[in-house]
Ligand binder design. Structure first.
Ligand code: ADP
Length: 284
């Protein structure tokens, strides 16, 4: 781990062990094997990006961790404690929060009300403490305290996404699960979001699992990029991104980066080709 991530005192939590996870969806006997014997260890505080062809089981994996879906075989541990087992699937809970591509802010609540919602709902603290904590978090994320009184529809989509990430972080989860959060954005907005997310991560290094189709995004943000095979999804390649933090765009011209990019592109292309050929066979 780079020294720039060492600001937080005490041991980090959020170690995830995914062991031989298989997931079969069987609506009307369709028997879709989404994940097969998928295993991966995520050290506490690591930023992991997961890439792979569409339909390879990325969201399924995140949903199992979040507690939105069950697993058919295998086990998942969080800090050595069972999180999801076949007979005891994970339930949604404050240790894991998900931010999706589609915004999920309450449109009828202000930014401040949205950000404090979880703390107040779970009675973690009183209103004035929650508001002070939210304002502090907003202020540290590029002067967002100024927008505390605004409603989501008064914000740009990038701003909405930043508020959503802060709303997730204020509950101090052990893992932040991000499912293509910047997918719909243009390159300029996306790059700005990357800087904000990296700043948030640097100030508050939590375990992050980030699903994306965008390989450049994966390499720019993560400590490791996991390439999944086409369905049934399993681990194809585990690429360590040994690029210094803080990350800068200029780094994308470096030899190291270009090597990693080439490796990732080749692996994903190989799997996308298999997925395409299977689609052709299934249509034939
Ligand atoms: P990805 O996120 O990589 O695009 P998903 O995890 O969404 O992939 O889906 C993996 C596979 O499981 C796909 O073939 C998808 O059609 C199937 N699948 C996902 N959810 C369900 C469900 N609720 N019922 C049946 N099949 C599903």
């Amino acid at each position: 781990m780079s020294t720039s991530k060492m600001k937080v005192e005490g041991p980090l939590t959020g170690k995830v062990s995914i062991r031989n996870v298989t997931k079969v969806y069987d609506p009307d006997g369709a028997n879709v094997v989404a994940l097969e014997q998928f295993s991966m260890e995520v050290p506490a505080g690591d930023f992991i990006a997961i890439v792979g062809p569409s339909g390879c089981g990325k969201s399924t994996l995140l949903n199992i961790l979040a507690g939105f879906d069950t697993l058919s075989q295998g086990e998942v541990y969080l800090d050595e404690e069972p999180l999801a087992l076949v007979n005891k699937p994970a339930l949604p809970g404050p240790s894991r929060v998900v931010v999706f591509q589609q915004g999920a802010l309450f449109p009828w609540k202000t930014v401040l009300e949205n950000v404090t919602y979880g703390l107040l709902k779970q009675r973690v603290m009183g209103k004035s403490d929650a508001e002070a904590k939210a304002m502090d978090l907003l202020a540290r994320s590029g002067n967002l305290e100024k927008i505390g009184g605004l409603y989501p529809n008064q914000l740009s989509s990038g701003m909405q996404r930043r508020v959503e990430i802060l709303r997730a972080l204020i509950n101090d989860p052990k893992i932040l699960l991000l499912d293509e959060p910047f997918r719909a954005m243009d390159t300029v907005n996306k790059n700005t979001m990357h800087q904000h997310l990296l700043k948030i991560y640097q100030d508050n290094p939590k375990t992050i699992m980030f699903i994306t189709h965008d390989l450049e995004e994966a390499l720019f943000l993560a400590d490791r990029v996991i390439v999944m095979t086409t369905r049934p999804g399993t681990l194809k390649l585990d690429i360590k991104v040994n690029l210094p933090r803080p990350r800068r765009r200029e780094m994308m011209a470096s030899k190291e980066y270009l090597n990693l990019r080439q490796q990732t592109i080749s692996a994903v292309r190989e799997e996308a080709k298999k997925a395409f050929e299977r689609g052709e066979r299934e249509l034939a």
